[in-house]
Design a protein around this ligand. Structure first.
Ligand SMILES: Cc1cc2nc3c(=O)[nH]c(=O)nc-3n(C[C@H](O)[C@H](O)[C@H](O)COP(=O)(O)OP(=O)(O)OC[C@H]3O[C@@H](n4cnc5c(N)ncnc54)[C@H](O)[C@@H]3O)c2cc1C
Length: 379
């Protein structure tokens, strides 16, 4: 029996980008997605220059730019909005292209529209799988059984495929928890801002149509509940020490459901594959969002994976070749992101004062270096 093709598990950023790339290369694939329907997902997202490079390779960059906001600069400020560090995205744009902010739902739409012909089974997952030398045998939750030349686990942080392949749990809690929201804001700005307080951070990202995406981070024990009763009051109180635009944004929240809350976690998985079954994106290497690079890494995984398959690398070698190309870069970003989080979440008065002084002294050219590294490196 000839294997059926390529199965992608998860229709998120990594899965949709892989399907888009394969389809554009004329390589058949299909997606199974656990969600029953394509519902609007999450809040906002920042796509750095390297994420935009992948969208450009899919001819999807123009649609993403049209659906969001070109960000002119990114700043870190203190809790009151006084600048500590700035990266001038606009100045770097001629060389590296734009950095944009957009709604996650818009990004999903953009990716889905690249290859609408790819078959998608919604409300479906993988119940069982077995890697063999020449194929992966799969039983789906809708009762279908199949053999695939490659099985791509793009099913996010709590990956079922990772669990089926490797069993034990690889999730690590960062020590801080996060709320996200999209709020309408008449302030016309192209600047994204992250305000650093003591043990708390508050970020504001314009995403177009007079709306901003906000994220708010606080040190907290793992798994602390945030029930809907008085959620808004607790949230406003928790972030009441922030100045600038924040008080207005806190007032603009109308219902507990406006806040998406989750602990920030990461996945340290090695290896990412067993035979022809492999993991990409958050399933393989979820990271803290402090560098705003998780989706970018997922998109880069997708691009490299498509390139390997398209260039005729034998299927059996594809998973190991992908890992060899990606692991070092991804680990660097994970580590950097963890480090930034540790500094951003400092709590002590003296430690924060020292941190802010040091940040103020760092020349902006150094801040641009990280962006340059993300843009220039061979993925
Ligand atoms: C607070 C926060 C802010 C962030 N901000 C940024 C940012 O600004 N920029 C950036 O680049 N990254 C950011 N990230 C990271 C980014 O969100 C992730 O890295 C990215 O979503 C990973 O994409 P993915 O496709 O691997 O996983 P996901 O986006 O999680 O997609 C997984 C998909 O698989 C589906 N699925 C799950 N389980 C199954 C199953 N068993 N069977 C079938 N389907 C399944 C899910 O429904 C989903 O559609 C942020 C993350 C957080 C938590």
């Amino acid at each position: 029996m000839t294997p059926d093709g390529i199965l992608i598990v998860g229709g998120g950023i990594a899965g949709l980008a892989t399907a888009a790339g394969l389809s554009r290369a004329g390589i058949p694939c299909e997606i199974v997605e656990r969600a029953e329907a394509w519902a609007p997902v999450g809040a906002g997202i920042v796509l750095g220059v390297n994420a935009m490079k992948v969208l450009r390779s899919l001819a999807a960059d123009a649609a993403a730019i049209a659906g969001g906001t070109r960000l002119g600069r990114g700043s870190i400020t203190d809790h009151d909005g006084r600048p500590l560090a700035t990266t001038d995205f606009a100045a770097l744009e001629p060389e590296f292209g734009p950095t944009i902010g957009l709604h996650r739902a818009a990004l999903h739409d953009v990716l889905r529209n690249v290859a609408p012909e790819v078959p998608v089974s919604l409300g479906t997952t993988v119940d069982a799988l077995e890697p063999h030398e020449k194929y992966v045998e799969v039983r789906l939750s809708d009762g279908r059984e199949g053999r695939y030349r490659l099985l791509i686990g793009a099913d996010g942080l709590r990956s079922r495929i990772r669990q089926l392949l490797f069993g034990d749990e690889r999730i690590r809690y960062s020590g801080y928890t996060c709320w996200r929201m999209v709020v309408s804001s008449p302030v016309d700005s192209v600047a994204m801002r992250e305000m650093w307080g003591r043990g708390h951070r508050f970020g504001v990202v314009p995403i177009g149509d007079e709306t901003v995406y906000c994220f708010a981070v606080a040190n907290a024990p793992r798994g602390r509940e945030d029930p809907p009763e008085e959620r808004l009051e607790r949230f406003r109180e928790r972030f009441s020490g922030f100045g600038g635009q924040v008080p207005d944004l806190l007032r603009a929240l109308a219902a507990p459901g406006d806040l998406i809350h989750n602990d920030l976690e990461e996945v340290r998985q090695g290896p990412w594959h067993d035979g022809r079954a492999l993991l990409i994106g958050d399933a393989a290497h979820a990271m803290t969002p402090n560098m705003g690079q998780g989706a970018a890494m997922a998109l880069e995984d997708a691009m490299v994976l498509v390139e390997l398959i398209r260039d005729g690398v034998p299927d059996a070698e594809v998973p190991a070749r992908l890992h060899a190309r990606r692991a070092t870069r991804v680990r660097w970003v994970q580590d950097q992101s963890r480090r930034i989080g540790r500094i951003g979440q400092l709590e002590g008065t003296l430690a924060c004062r020292l941190r802010n002084t040091v940040l103020r002294l760092v020349p902006d050219a150094l801040n641009a270096r990280a962006l340059r590294r993300m843009a220039e490196a061979d993925v």
